[in-house]
Ligand binder design. Structure first.
Ligand SMILES: Nc1ncnc2c1ncn2[C@@H]1O[C@H](COP(=O)(O)OP(=O)(O)OP(=O)(O)O)[C@@H](O)[C@H]1O
Length: 451
């Protein structure tokens, strides 16, 4: 395949050059919830890269990117295959890790300081920049924690472990094996892992440096020192005043490898790849389940009888360590940030599309309104006049009839509770009602006030 790409680079440039520079905007299906941000980082192309970039962030939509792949058509004429993906926050090749920290991670630190659980995952293909990103973020977190700007006195403890398959090792004790066991209260304990108390920035930096050489690595086609295990840095913040603690988990996941890149692996490496893929798949199910569970309010449960989704956190060592993050019965406040790292090269277009597909699956969107679930609950009390005002203020763009009110996703739940009659109609063909539009697989319906 790489040979095919190399032979057709001029063709690729001409096909991409002929595309509309401002493609039709992608219609967003909602806004990200407050407790989960899914972002993507495009790493810069290496200086000696032979392949062109296949990743094109849109100029008219900041968090959308197009991926153009070259396809070897059976008739012999290469054609372009294009896909677009949306994330909550997209970082371009020239973005710095400091910018990512400010945008996504900085708010996790005071959150954990006040007793919450902040978790950051970086995942992606081997060589896409996960370790590069997470190791700098660890330093920046350490700087903020030790800056003295956070209110109150806390004790800070650090543990760094790695997970290879279902085995766990303490990276701060010469990679001694540890056990993951559940205690009587159902919490997963890292039995045998030493927690180190840290007092300043130097202590934290020294522990991070101490752990690095113990991480399991092996060469892959894309990265000569690829991490072949999941590294978890846990920072526990103990508040002696009220005997509570908060935690920060910074996780550099093992890189996934494309099927064709593992063809030369022996049995051990194949097993390792399979274990990595299984744990990443369970992690994906857990993150998604957790994010969906967060959208089910207590009101939904009481009045609508909605059940919490199943979260399979017991199926892998990685998600067992993070049980308190995923457990639907857990009462701890959690915030999660996901960074999908991608390599822009045309040669890596397949794995890049997989990574972004995975990122899109993790996104759980809420209706596109500025209100929280609590606000929506109180909206039940609104009068029709207030409701009309709200609809006008939140109207979709551009209105095709003066009675168009809002995109379908805006506050649908709210409208059902009011006495104003609302109807969905297709935006392109206003005569068509929702059921007909559905039958035609039309996704462009909008809401109208009909009374
Ligand atoms: N944003 C970036 N800017 C500059 N160099 C980068 C960037 N991202 C990655 N690199 C470089 O790319 C190489 C591979 O990065 P890294 O080891 O972080 O990949 P990885 O995703 O952790 O790979 P693996 O899963 O195989 O461990 C490193 O030499 C790193 O310095």
């Amino acid at each position: 395949m790489e040979q095919f790409y190399l032979e057709n680079i001029p063709k690729y440039h001409s096909l991409v050059g002929a595309l509309d520079p401002c493609p039709k905007p992608r219609i967003s299906k909602g806004v990200p919830g407050p407790n989960m941000v899914v972002s993507a980082r495009i790493r810069p192309r290496p200086k000696n890269e032979r392949f062109p970039s296949a990743t094109f962030p849109r100029s008219n939509q900041e968090n959308v990117l197009d991926i153009h792949d070259l396809y070897n058509h059976p008739r012999g004429i290469p054609i372009l295959r294009s896909n677009n993906y949306e994330v909550d926050r997209l970082f371009h090749a020239n973005s710095t890790t400091e910018e990512i920290y400010e945008d996504l991670v900085a708010n996790l630190v005071p959150f954990a300081w006040d007793g919450g659980i902040g978790t950051l995952f970086a995942y992606g293909q081997t060589g896409s920049g996960k370790t590069f990103t997470v190791s700098r973020l660890e330093e920046l977190v350490a700087e903020t924690l030790m800056s003295g700007n956070l209110e109150g006195e806390r004790e800070i403890y650090m543990t760094i472990i790695d997970l290879a398959g279902n085995a766990a090792f303490d990276l701060l004790s010469n990679r001694e094996p540890i056990s993951l066991l559940e205690d009587s209260s159902g919490n997963t304990q890292m039995v045998g892992a030493v927690e180190h108390q840290v007092f300043n920035m130097e202590d934290m930096r020294a522990l991070i440096e101490q752990a690095t050489p113990f991480r399991r690595t092996a060469p892959t086609l894309k990265n000569p020192t690829s991490s072949r295990s999941h590294a978890i840095c846990r920072i526990r913040i103990w508040n002696g005043a009220d005997c509570s603690d908060g935690s920060l988990y910074l996780i550099d996941l093992a890189g996934s490898e494309a099927a064709r890149d593992v063809a030369t692996h022996g049995a051990d490496r194949m097993l390792e790849t399979r274990q990595i893929n299984v744990s990443l798949s369970v992690l994906k199910d857990c993150i998604r389940g957790k994010a969906l569970a967060d959208t089910v309010t207590s009101l939904d449960r009481e009045k609508l009888g909605r059940k919490l989704p199943h979260i399979p956190f017991r199926q892998s060592a990685l998600t067992r360590v993070l049980k308190h993050v995923f457990d639907p019965a857990g009462a701890r406040a959690c915030r999660t940030v996901v960074i999908a790292c991608i390599n822009p090269s045309l040669a890596d277009v397949g794995p890049t599309k997989n990574t972004l597909r995975f990122a899109e699956m993790l996104r759980v969107l809420e209706p596109a309104t500025n209100e929280t679930s609590a606000d929506r609950t109180s909206a039940i009390q609104w009068t029709n006049t207030q409701l009309r005002e709200w609809i006008r203020a939140n109207c979709g763009t551009p209105a095709i009839l003066d009675r168009v009110v809002a995109p379908r996703e805006s506050g649908a739940q709210l409208f059902k509770l009011s006495s104003i009659e609302i109807e969905y109609r297709c935006r392109q063909c206003p005569g068509v009602k929702l059921e007909q539009a559905k039958a035609f697989r039309c996704k462009l319906w909008q809401m109208y006030i009909v009374s």
